[in-house]
Write a protein that binds this ligand. Structure first.
Ligand code: FAD
Ligand code: NAI
Length: 475
């Protein structure tokens, strides 16, 4: 006998589990299926984000940052440390414990909201008269039925052709988060978000890290001025970044990995490392979903084709998060999940794709929302720019972290804020003020007139807003 639901959500990453909870809050009888298992075979909902993405990477970034502070920066504060030791196994175990807290938290939230959870793989079987049959394969196979289905099956790491992941020597994000001891030499292919975050973790812990990037520009999607400032900081830290390279061959053996490539000058190079992380982007996950069983349309990248409201080509089937177009970010997946659940309940769910913040959790952190200066130039928009360096911020000086700046771009005629870009301490938290301001279509003058606590890093945002009108007070 099939079990009947109002809505079946396939995938319990941030897109799926949040959609399931919101739909249950709105009165629907919801099933959520997820196949992720922890090492002991137990359900581990939360998807890439919780298990091998946002959460574990931030746990290791935090631990490695503490280590680097103790090693290099405590002395500036008059604190001497002797016998500093690193226990990578404990660091990784702590990270695993943080992941488990999040897995358990989601199971608790499912119970609290009366979402029925199924551990296993969900696949389309057929649709008859607008009702979809979804088969759950796993320890306890089941068939579920519903008129509405949300696919939130996420993404997985893209391998480099000819260099399959073995998670021992050639690592995806998964293996990169459970390296058991600090490699002497580490290479990363791709200087995108994972390349910089994971490169930072292992550099801080003592690895000699080289990042090989195909494009000639560093962080091309980031505002040029901010990317340059970040690059300066990474160079100073000893993170070696080579741009414009073409990787020609990867060989792994007993001694480690050998990467052959052509550098930006066209010279052939060879790099021998203990481990290689490949972080060249991610591909949508539709493996095992059997989209062909119901005629669900995919594009040539394998992503599920959706409109602006996450509707697929099939009535009653929706798709959200990494498995569809748009940035592969947890909060984007969540927003889409909530919006679809609300649409199903007859409400007007909405995602403003121009207001999705980005954060790269390196040190300095890089965060932005809205348009970059180069995008405004390209679009011929007239704007005014204001910047304020953390060097001139009292709290940053007290913290001992004065790298970077806040930059605000505002429309030249109306003063509406069009983009905010931050490189520096706690950029991940500071960007929230910019999101709020832009959601309310604030002008730079609005921010300039708001009282900000002193001393705080957020005063730099206010000063950057004053700088748009060329009237900073502290610089
Ligand atoms: P996922 O989180 O991938 O979840 C999909 C789930 O569906 C998985 O549990 C999968 O097992 C399950 N599934 C797939 N197919 C089936 C099936 N047929 N049946 C049942 N279950 C299935 N984003 C940020 O915003 N901030 C960050 O700091 C950040 N850090 C990251 C760090 C790393 C190393 C990586 C790799 C990613 C990071 N991301 C970050 C991106 C973020 O993880 C993704 O954007 C987010 O997880 C996408 O959510 P999702 O729900 O679409 O998919
Ligand atoms: P990415 O798209 O951020 O970066 C990939 C980089 O690899 C690009 O710079 C690209 O030019 C380069 N590249 C591609 N092919 C290459 C090749 N053959 N040789 C050398 N370089 C090559 O992808 P990444 O870092 O794998 O991360 C995937 C996604 O996961 C991110 O785009 C982001 O959406 C998400 N993520 C988000 C985080 C955050 O929000 N803090 C953290 C980590 C990941």
């Amino acid at each position: 006998m099939s079990k009947q639901f109002d809505l079946i959500v396939i995938g319990a990453g941030p897109g799926g589990y949040i959609a399931a909870i919101r739909a249950a809050q709105l009165g629907m009888n919801v099933a959520c299926i997820d196949e992720w298992s922890s090492a002991d075979g137990k359900p581990a909902p939360g998807g890439t984000c919780t298990n091998v993405g946002c959460i574990p990477s931030k746990a290791l970034l935090q631990s490695s940052e503490h280590y680097e502070h103790a090693e290099k920066h405590f002395a500036d504060h008059g604190i001497g440390v002797s016998g500093l030791k690193m226990d990578v196994a404990k660091m990784v175990a702590r990270k695993d414990a943080v992941v488990k807290q999040n897995n358990d938290g989601i199971l608790y939230l499912f119970k609290k909201n009366k979402v029925t959870f199924f551990h296993g793989r969900g696949a389309f079987v057929k649709s008859v008269d607008g009702v979809y049959d979804i088969e759950v394969s796993g320890a306890a196979p089941e068939t579920l039925q519903a008129k509405q289905v949300i696919v939130a099956t996420g993404s997985r790491a893209r391998p480099l052709p000819g260099a399959a992941f073995d998670e021992e020597l050639i690592l995806s994000n998964d293996g990169a988060l459970r390296i058991g001891a600090v490699p002497k030499k580490l290479a990363l292919i791709g200087s995108g978000v994972i390349g910089l975050e994971m490169g930072s973790v292992w550099r801080r812990l003592g690895a000699d890290v080289t990042v090989l990037e195909a494009l000639p520009t560093f962080l091309g999607a980031v505002d040029d001025q901010i990317a340059k400032e970040a690059r300066k900081a990474f160079d100073k830290q000893g993170l070696k970044i080579e741009l414009g390279v073409k990787v020609t061959d990867v060989q792994s053996g007993k001694k480690g990995v050998s990467v052959s490539y052509t550098d930006a000058n066209g010279e052939a190079q060879k790099l021998a490392v203990d481990k290689l992380i490949v972080s060249i982007g991610r591909v949508p996950n539709t493996e095992g979903l059997k989209p062909e069983a119901v005629g669900l349309k995919l594009d040539d990248r394998g992503a599920i084709v959706v409109d602006d409201e996450c509707r697929t080509n099939l009535p009653g089937v929706w798709a959200v998060g990494d498995v569809v177009r748009g940035p592969m970010l947890a909060h984007k997946a969540e927003e889409e999940g909530v919006a679809v659940a609300e649409r199903l309940a007859g409400q007007h769910g909405h995602v403003d794709f121009n207001l999705i913040p980005w954060v790269i959790y390196t040190s300095p952190e890089i965060a932005w929302v809205g348009k970059t200066e180069q995008q405004l130039k390209e679009a011929g928009v007239k704007y005014r720019a204001g910047t304020f360096p953390f060097l001139a911020n009292g709290r940053a000086r007290a913290l001992g972290d004065t790298t970077g700046m806040v930059k605000i771009l505002a429309d030249a005629a109306t003063d509406e804020i069009l983009g905010v870009h931050i490189v520096g301490p706690m950029a991940s938290e500071l960007i929230a003020e910019a999101c709020v301001a832009m959601a309310f279509r604030a002008s730079s003058e609005d921010i300039a007139r708001i009282c900000h606590a002193h001393p705080s890093l957020s005063e730099s945002t206010k000063e950057a807003a004053l700088a748009v009108d060329k009237r900073t007070l502290n610089f």
